[in-house]
Design a protein around this ligand. Structure first.
Ligand code: FAD
Ligand code: FES
Ligand code: MG
Length: 279
């Protein structure tokens, strides 16, 4: 059992939990994820390691309520426990001194981009960060991102915080300005990562995205997380989740993410119908 030692609602729909998991904290690196299972009737859900503290032996996860499992996870309180918490999984992000990097986090993707941004900053890069959200109420981790960035741009869809627009707006300004950008790394919803990839391709700037296909085992056995990258099939859980954005088939990824929409809706309705969410 893995105890929740801290819980914080970052926004009405986004929650942070610090979980006691010393064995994972000892090995965790930026870009990796865990797979958790709330109880023995629960499904497995992958969540990025948003932070880790080797001294405390804790792993921080940040998740958005989008369906049954994340809604149920959000009902847990400080002191409660999670049955299974497996990790660290996936290949860590490649951290080196590239020169100038642009780190982009959209929506809940701001959480996973944070440890990557911090590691790139510590490695000596000049870091320009762009964080995007739907509105001011969906913004979080701004102080954290500011503390590990040389320059930070905040955008919201409705302009209630920072610049009104999409993450690609400040990105395009930066690329147009002619300043040399050595790497762009983007984490967020698939349409956002796809738009970033399209833009940086026209400027010939190397771009990495962290993919989030449906995962089950997280160890390369089930094939659920397969994605097409450069015309070949990759398993995001063991070959990724980071991939060359210009090689990713985003259309296929979008379709595959929607495979179980109907079942997910039924699970959510059923959860709401049951008094305590359990049969
Ligand atoms: P559902 O109603 O079951 O699903 C809603 C949507 O979430 C689905 O349509 C599907 O696109 C996606 N989804 C559902 N099940 C899975 C699954 N087993 N694996 C992947 N996606 C699924 N979300 C966060 O909020 N924070 C994170 O840090 C985060 N990190 C992730 C890291 C990786 C490597 C991956 C693959 C996904 C990550 N996700 C993260 C997405 C998260 O796993 C899904 O939002 C979650 O599983 C949805 O569960 P649900 O039952 O609440 O919603
Ligand atoms: Fe099963 Fe990747 S999640 S192979
Ligand atoms: Mg689900």
């Amino acid at each position: 059992m893995y105890r929740i030692i801290e819980k914080q609602d970052l926004t009405p729909a986004i929650t942070l939990m610090k979980v006691d998991a010393p064995a994972i904290a000892r090995k965790a690196q930026a870009g990796q994820f865990i797979i958790l299972r709330l109880h023995d009737q629960a499904e497995r859900i992958p969540l990025t390691i948003a932070d880790y503290n080797r001294d405390e032996g804790t792993i921080t996860i940040v998740f958005q309520i989008v369906g049954k499992s994340t809604e149920e996870l959000a009902t847990l309180k400080q002191g409660d426990s999670i049955l299974n918490f497996a990790g660290p999984l996936g290949v860590p992000s490649e951290i080196e001194d590239y020169g100038t990097v642009v780190c982009i986090g959209g929506g809940c993707g701001v959480a996973p981009i944070y440890p990557i941004t911090r590691a790139l900053h510590q490695a000596g890069n000049r870091v320009i960060s762009i964080v995007g959200a739907r509105c001011v109420d969906m913004c979080f981790f701004e102080p954290e991102m500011r503390s590990v960035s040389d320059e930070l741009h905040v955008v919201t869809d409705d302009g209630t915080k920072g610049r009104k627009g999409l993450v690609t707006d400040p990105l395009e300004d930066i690329l147009k300005s002619g300043s040399k950008i050595d790497l762009v790394i983007a984490v967020g919803p698939v349409p956002m990562m796809s738009a970033v990839a399209k833009l940086t391709k026209t400027y010939g700037v190397k771009t990495i995205v962290s993919l989030n296909p449906i995962m089950v085992d997280g160890t390369g056995m089930c094939g659920c997380c397969r994605v097409s990258v450069g015309g070949t099939t990759k398993f995001a859980c063991v070959d990724g989740p980071d991939f060359d954005a210009h090689q990713v088939d985003f259309e296929e990824l979008t379709k595959r993410q929607r495979t179980y929409k109907k079942e997910e809706q039924v699970a959510s309705e059923h959860y709401h119908q049951c008094a305590c969410g359990k049969e």
